[in-house]
Design a protein around this ligand. Structure first.
Ligand code: ADP
Length: 516
């Protein structure tokens, strides 16, 4: 490579040749260590310096890496000198002014602070800041034992080389940052305790972490296909949905030996589909235990409860009870009814979680069921000065639903409407023939339900937390049972609601094949 004192001084061509070579040297690699070493070597060589050292700077101008000749100084000594150099030495001056600092005679230049115990003689020195995007990312110091060796011509040349070096350092720093992040990410994914796969959109596995390899005993993830790893139909359906909709999809997977996973399929544009398996086996086991416990306790409570109800009913008919005693008995009976309902709901829940509710056996007269339930609810509505109206289309066909279950559904929806609607409100229960079945709606002008809560209404134990309804007593079970009953007979259920305006809960049940 040509140098400043040699061919460089002899013409433009030589300078161009030098810059070309410097650029080639600096862009030959992206490895940060190598780039830093090359920057140092290339500059020392082209400026014919004797020694040099380099500081890599962070965004705050602190030295994050140093490159220099051997030294016996301790780490603390080096650190201390570095700070001094950057604050008030020749390096500090270059950093502050963002231009080359030239000390042609270090013995008289007060800015010159020797770099720790550098064993060589320094007569003149040059510090070159590497500026990228207006921000210094490195500092290069060149020294020569001869005073007056470095001249403004060296400074000008050093400045140009520094421009090239700054780009090389920036690129290598970015590259090294990307590499570091990639390594961290890879380790993170690999050490996740739960299985994770990345597949192409066609299902070819591109990446499997350790837990996934262990789960499927995979040696070579690259030859696996999702079809073989998750062959169940609902898994492949969720995979296809994720690919087609571009939205995350979920499915439940039961593995041999009683393991259960919540599987998520997250499509990532241009990359593929990330499949994550979350082991929920313990939760599922606990849930079964909880349901069994609730069922056993509820079942065992039923008998003493009905005995108590019987005794209280007899007591109510007793003559000569004082007003207070009568009031107490009525209170006992209504509390017992609430307990009975709760127990019935819990037992239904257990059944739903087990084999589901088979509610489609039998045919029901929907109009009659609505009249009966409204008649029973009438007293409560009146106590709240509410208007409870019925609108029934003529000639409704019989519906394919067990009559007791239909009553339970109507009871739930109508009593909810009464419970959650304010005093003086309006409730209307209607039924029409629709799409090969009967469509029933329970409409109120109550507080309505916030948009965000609506998708969760039919989940078990879900209660809306808005102040409009939260103060009412409840368990959050009613609507989940309604859904199980309606779906158990092949029907559909839903809600339309607007906050402040009211709600309409509706369900559709298919027409019965046989007459009533
Ligand atoms: P519960 O009434 O025991 O809380 P449900 O499952 O029947 O349980 O209802 C779930 C939630 O839905 C209720 O807590 C209530 O917030 C809301 N909700 C149900 N019906 C209505 C209605 N007609 N108007 C406003 N909110 C309702």
């Amino acid at each position: 490579m040509p140098a400043v004192g040699g061919t460089l001084g002899e013409g433009n061509n030589a300078q161009i040749e030098l810059f070309y070579q410097v650029a080639r040297e600096l862009t030959a690699t992206l490895d940060l260590n190598q780039v830093l070493r090359r920057v140092l070597e290339v500059t020392i060589k082209s400026l014919e310096a004797e020694h040099g050292f380099f500081f890599l700077l962070d965004a705050k101008g602190r030295a994050v890496r140093r490159l220099s000749a051997q030294t016996n100084a301790s780490a603390e000594e080096i650190e201390l000198t570095t700070v001094q150099l950057l604050e008030r030495g020749l390096a500090g001056w270059a950093l502050h002014h963002q231009e080359v600092a030239l000390a042609s005679d270090t013995s008289v230049d007060v800015r010159w602070i020797p770099y720790y115990d550098a064993p060589w003689e320094t007569g003149s020195a040059l510090v070159v800041p590497l500026i990228h995007g207006g921000q210094p990312n490195g500092l290069l110091t060149l020294t020569h034992s001869r005073r007056g060796f470095f001249t403004p011509r060296h400074a000008a040349l050093a400045q140009t080389i520094a421009g090239l070096a700054a780009i090389a350092v920036e690129n290598a720093s970015l590259h090294s940052k990307v590499q570091e992040e990639r390594t961290i990410l890879k380790q993170l994914v690999d050490r996740l305790p739960e299985p994770l796969l990345l597949t192409t959109k066609r299902g070819k596995v591109l990446l499997a972490n350790r837990a996934a390899k262990a789960l499927w005993s995979l040696d070579d993830a690259g030859s696996a296909h999702i079809e073989h790893l998750l062959p169940a139909a609902e898994m492949m359906a969720a995979f296809a949905r994720a690919r087609e909709t571009g939205e995350i999809q979920f499915a439940c997977l039961t593995w041999a030996n009683d393991r259960c996973f919540d599987v998520s399929f997250a499509p990532i544009a241009e990359l593929g589909i990330v499949i994550f398996l979350h082991d929920v086996s313990d939760l599922v086991r606990l849930n079964v235990l909880k349901s069994q416990l609730v069922a056993t306790v509820s079942h065992d409570l039923k008998n003493p409860l009905s005995w108590t109800y019987g005794y209280a009913s007899v007591l109510e008919m007793e003559e000569g009870l004082s007003d207070t005693a009568q009031q107490c008995v009525r209170g006992i009976l209504s509390s017992l009814t609430r307990m009975q309902n709760l127990i019935d709901n819990l037992l239904d829940l257990y059944q739903i979680e087990g084999q589901g509710l088979e509610s489609g056996t039998g045919a029901s007269d929907v109009a009659q069921a609505i009249r009966t339930v409204c008649q029973e609810a009438h007293a409560v509505a009146v106590s709240k000065r509410q208007q409870l109206r019925i609108e029934l289309a003529d000639n409704l066909p019989p519906a394919q639903i067990d009559p007791l279950r239909l009553t339970q559904v109507l009871d739930n929806l109508i009593s909810n409407a009464i419970k959650y609607t304010q005093e003086g409100g309006r409730i209307c229960v209607s039924a029409v023939q629709h799409g090969g079945g009967v469509l029933v709606s329970v409409e109120d002008n109550g507080p309505g339900i916030p948009q965000a809560a609506q998708p969760h209404l039919f989940e078990q134990f879900y209660r809306v937390s808005s102040t409009a309804t939260a103060e009412q007593e409840g368990t959050g079970l009613g609507l989940s049972i309604v859904r199980a009953i309606i779906e158990g007979c092949g029907g559909k259920v839903g809600v339309r609601s607007q906050e402040g305006k009211g709600s309409t809960f509706w369900f559709w049940v298919p027409q019965a094949q046989l007459p009533l």
